[in-house]
Every structure is written in structure tokens, then in C-alpha cells.
Design a protein around this ligand. Structure first.
Ligand SMILES: *Cc1c(COP(=O)(O)O)cnc(C)c1O
Length: 425
């Protein structure tokens, strides 16, 4: 069967034919046969250079042989124990080594789970209910963070999904990214009521939007002044921008850190980490409850550990950031030469072409929303035809992996050139 037929079939058995919404693009998504290195192969016989990379975890590309070997070895010893095992300590030590703000970690299964636990922990620690998140910031799909950007920057949230009780988000306040003053005002207006500010240091789920003008430094200063915890959601940036994530890259530190994606080496994982005095409140040492059958499972931990070892040994962030910088420059030039209105947004190995009016820089969620989504979708399909798999949404980030080669980058640049020029009219 071909992708088209399989998608019709899948749609009979699964809502929208997929297991996660962003995978379903029109008219139908390709079904994957296999993937290796920088390439993903569909069942219709086409090969693509993959910049979607499963939305972030695959920093070494697909099917890394060393990770595979380590996982195989682990499988021989069992894949789920429900007891402590030694590799948890090894991975915890690595994380604590690279994230100086982290002294204790709790392993969970997904980024969503980690942010959910992190917010609960912050509330438990501060004994306050409100949190502040960034408009357009994504922290997984649980009730308290599924809040749309309100019209007023600092109004109480409106749920982003049916089925989320209003009461679940009444304590979720929102501010725009790259606006320290708005955060300061919100914390002032809710003085003594906010437990934590949670944010992605680089917004990754509306296309990458980097922090500008020492925004993260300001956020750190403001949260300290206002006695509010800072939760940095480094599910995307962790072990990508640098081994120490955005905290190392930008020189900030968090009270609580959320990791996921890369740190599981392509297997499900989430990590909640932070200062000892806060983390000790997590059960069983403290009174904030958190638990999970699959947490710390030896397969995810083994894959994560091996991945981190390779990132260290090969200096992965330096290499992928360098490729990212080159693509960023090349694509900016292509856009400028073509006369198509747009800009390249990103940092390190994360990038995206936004079709913004007048080529205006994208600084926050509202800016991202104002870009030409339809043009992006047309562009996405053109690139797909050219053998380049970009994320199918204007609001998802392109990633570069360690498996991407010089030749990949050149082919990609050529494809951008051809297809951007083709967007006229
Ligand atoms: C992907 C992501 C999450 C959610 O992680 P899952 O493992 O998909 O639950 C949370 N925060 C950020 C910033 C993410 O990109």
C-alpha cells in the first residue's frame, strides 16, 4: 500500500489518522519505511533529508549505531525493572555536571510529565498557586499549560482545548516573549501569589525565536527580585545549544530545569531537575507527589547516556551550531535576493524561514502568528518534492543533527533557493 491509502486506513482507526496532531498535514502525510542518519525514507520509495528529526530528540540523526549497540546490550539484561538500577545514577551525574543549577533529578517519561511535575513542585515549594507562562510557549499537553494567548497580554488564561476546565487555567498567567517589562508588571500585579515563571529559553514551538537583548538575564533578575521560581523548559535546547543547554549558552541559571527529547537518545524521557532544597520536596523524600511505572527505565536511560557520551566526545553542539549558522546566513541571502518577504529566525542548530510581512523579525508569538501560513504550507510541499523534509507546520523548528553532512547542507541550500524563488506569484 501507498502512503495515501495507509492514511485513509489509519484515519479509520485513529483520530485524524495519527498519534500526535502535528504529524497530520494535508493532503496526507508520508508513511515512513525506515530512517538512517540524516535521511528518512517513505514507503512510496522517496528519500528525504530530514530537518524535522522527530521534532527534536534525534541530535545524532536516525539510527545511530553506537546508541543501537548500547540499547541492544541493555535489552539482553531486560528492559524494565521497576527497581533502581545503576545507570540512573550515571545519567543523573552527567546532567548535574553540565547544569550547575541542578543538584537532584527525577526521571520521568516525557517532557509533558516533567513540566507537570515541575509546576506542581514549584507550587508546593512556594505554597502559591499562580504561574506565569509565555504566550505561545509549549510545555506539553496537560491542562494547566494549554492556554492560548489572550488578547490582553496579562489577562487570565482561556483554555486552548475543549475539555480543559476553566478552573485548571485560572492560575496560568501569560506574558509575551522578549518583553521583560510585561513580566515585571505581571509579577508586580500578582505580588506574593506567583509560584513560578516557566519558559522555553528559545521558543521552539512557534518556530525558533531566540531571546533578544539579555531577555533571559532580565527574567532571572526579575524572578529573583520578586521571589518567584524560574523554571527553564530546556526540552529542546538541553544538550543541543550546548551540553549545558541554554543555561550554558546564554549564561543563565534556573531554579528548576526541565529536560527531555535528546537526553533520552530517541527513547521516551523527561527530566525534572533543580536545587536540592526544592527537589527534596519530591516524593518519597518530600510531600509533592510524583510517580511513574516506566520512569527511569533502563532502555531510555541507556540510550540517553550513550547519546550524551557521544555529544561530549564529538563536540556535537559546536558542529551543528556551525552548520546552523551557515544555513542561517545562506537562507537570509536567498530570501533577500529573491525579494520574497520573510526572515530567517533561529539560533544554533535550530532555524526556520518565516514568511513575515516586509521581512520583519519575529520576536514573539503574535509576530509568528502574523506570518503567511499558507505560503509556508506551499513551500513545505515544494521542499518535500525536492527531497527535503521540513516540519509540516509554520510553528515548528527545523533541526540539524550530527549526521547531516556538508553535502546535505549544500543540497538543502540549493533546494531553498529554487523553491523560494518559485514562490513568486
Ligand atoms: C516537546 C516539548 C515538550 C513536551 O515533551 P513530550 O516528551 O512531547 O511530552 C515540553 N516542552 C517543550 C519545550 C517541548 O518542545
Amino acid at each position: 500500500m501507498k502512503s495515501k491509502e495507509l492514511f485513509e486506513l489509519a484515519s479509520k482507526y485513529m483520530p485524524g489518522g495519527v498519534s500526535s496532531p502535528v504529524r497530520a498535514y494535508k493532503p496526507y502525510p508520508f508513511f515512513t519505511a525506515s530512517a538512517k542518519g540524516s535521511r528518512i525514507y517513505d514507503i512510496d520509495g522517496k528519500e528525504y533529508i530530514d530537518y524535522c528529526l522527530a521534532y527534536g530528540p534525534l541530535v545524532l540523526g536516525h539510527g545511530n549505531e553506537e546508541v543501537k549497540g548500547a540499547v541492544r546490550e541493555q535489552l539482553e539484561k531486560g528492559w524494565l525493572y521497576g527497581t533502581p538500577h545503576e545507570k540512573e545514577i550515571e545519567l543523573a551525574k552527567k546532567i548535574i555536571n553540565y547544569y550547575p543549577s541542578v543538584e537532584l533529578v527525577r526521571f520521568v517519561n516525557t517532557g509533558s510529565e516533567a513540566t507537570m511535575a515541575g509546576i506542581r513542585l514549584a507550587r508546593g515549594f512556594k505554597e502559591r498557586d499562580k504561574i506565569v507562562k509565555i504566550e505561545g510557549g509549549f510545555h506539553g499537553a496537560h491542562d494547566g499549560v494549554l492556554v492560548k494567548a489572550g488578547s490582553g497580554a496579562t489577562t487570565f488564561g482561556i483554555p486552548d482545548s475543549k475539555g480543559v476546565p476553566k478552573d485548571s487555567v485560572i492560575n496560568t498567567l501569560q506574558v509575551p516573549f522578549n518583553d521583560a517589562e510585561a513580566l515585571n508588571n505581571t509579577l508586580e500585579n500578582n505580588s506574593g501569589e506567583v509560584a513560578a515563571v516557566i519558559l522555553e529559553p528559545v521558543m521552539g514551538n512557534v518556530g525558533p525565536i531566540p531571546p533578544r537583548n539579555n531577555y533571559l538575564g532580565d527574567v532571572r533578575k526579575i524572578t529573583e527580585e520578586k521571589d518567584v521560581l524560574l523554571i527553564l523548559d530546556e526540552v529542546i535546547t538541553g544538550f543541543r545549544l550546548a551540553l549545558g543547554g541554554a543555561q550554558e549558552f546564554y549564561g543563565v541559571n534556573a531554579d528548576l530545569t526541565i529536560l527531555g527529547k535528546i537526553v533520552g537518545g530517541g527513547f521516551p524521557i523527561g527530566v525534572l531537575g533543580g536545587k536540592k532544597e526544592i527537589m527534596e520536596l519530591v516524593a518519597p523524600s518530600g510531600e509533592v507527589y510524583q510517580a511513574g511505572t516506566f520512569s527511569g527505565n533502563p532502555v531510555s536511560i541507556t540510550a540517553g547516556l550513550k547519546t550524551v557520551e557521544i555529544i561530549e566526545r564529538e563536540g556535537v553542539p559546536r558542529r551543528i551550531n556551525e552548520f546552523g549558522a551557515r544555513l542561517n546566513t545562506a537562507l537570509s541571502e536567498i530570501l533577500a535576493d529573491s525579494g520574497v518577504e520573510g526572515c530567517v529566525s533561529g539560533v544554533g542548530s535550530m532555524f526556520k524561514v518565516f514568511f513575515s510581512a516586509g521581512g520583519k523579525e519575529v520576536r514573539n508569538y503574535a509576530d509568528a502568528l502574523s506570518c503567511d501560513k499558507n505560503k509556508y504550507l506551499r513551500f513545505f510541499h515544494k521542499m518535500l518534492s525536492a527531497g527535503i523534509f521540513l516540519p509540516p507546520s509554520q510553528f515548528e523548528t527545523n533541526f540539524i543533527s550530527f549526521a547531516h553532512t556538508e553535502e546535505d547542507v549544500e543540497r538543502t541550500t540549493e533546494a531553498y533557493k529554487e523553491n523560494i524563488n518559485d514562490l513568486h506569484g
